[in-house]
Design a protein around this ligand. Structure first.
Ligand code: ZN
Length: 216
């Protein structure tokens, strides 16, 4: 990875789970073309088919991954990815569940579902205040206190920060534009533009198939 970093001005860590297999890799520039190098493929990390914090927490466990030679200083795979973000300036890419899991947040159906800002679920077309690292540290403090008391953390008090982050990533290091803006546009289109008097059955089916959970 050091060689790739020396050659490429732009790096992006990608994490995704599908078909019971979690894939981790890095996209980089090879001349003028984007190229991809896989770093890790693993399975057997539980029953969940989605990228959630439990699945990805395997990246953060000690004693699972064994590093040798110049990488022997690391004990967790997440440390490799954190090095890419901190020292190599890598961005982070993933689908919405993966990005939330990486930042220790609840699912995209959470009260504050965005990994980049504090937008509320019912207001997906707007942008909330930025989820900066400093603000996230305060949210984690809430989780720690609640865990110590063996209490469930209420979303209204922790802004959907439900677990420790896998990676410490600032919102401006996350590659896609806030995905809720696109979904908010989809909801707006379905509910304000094509809603009945078009065929009500078609509209209901389209809403069920394409709309996200949003209070309209
Ligand atoms: Zn957002």
């Amino acid at each position: 990875m050091q060689l790739v970093h020396n050659k490429s001005k732009w790096l992006c860590v990608g994490i995704d789970k599908g078909g019971g297999v979690t894939k981790v890799g890095v996209t980089f520039l090879c001349g003028k073309k984007a190229a991809f190098i896989p770093l890790l493929v693993y399975s057997g990390d539980g029953n969940s088919v989605k990228d959630d914090n439990i699945t990805l927490s395997l990246l953060h466990k000690e004693g699972v991954w064994h590093f040798i030679n110049s990488s022997a200083c690391w004990s967790r795979f997440s440390e490799v990815l954190q090095w890419l973000v901190d020292d190599c300036g890598a961005y982070v890419n993933g689908d919405w569940p993966a990005l939330n899991a990486i930042r220790g947040l609840g699912s995209p159906g959470s009260t504050n579902p965005c990994p980049m800002c504090y937008v509320r679920l019912g207001d997906l077309l707007t942008m909330g205040d930025s989820r900066t690292l400093g603000k996230q540290d305060k949210e984690i403090g809430t989780v720690v206190v609640a865990a110590a008391r063996n209490q469930r953390v209420l979303p209204c008090t922790n802004n959907s920060q439900t677990a420790f982050p896998i990676l410490r990533v600032a919102p401006d290091r996350i590659v896609p534009i806030p995905l809720h803006v696109l979904l908010g546009l989809g909801n707006f289109f379905l509910n304000k533009v094509v809603r009945p008097p078009c065929d009500p059955e078609w509209w209901a089916a389209a809403l069920k198939r394409h709309s996200v959970k949003q209070r309209l």
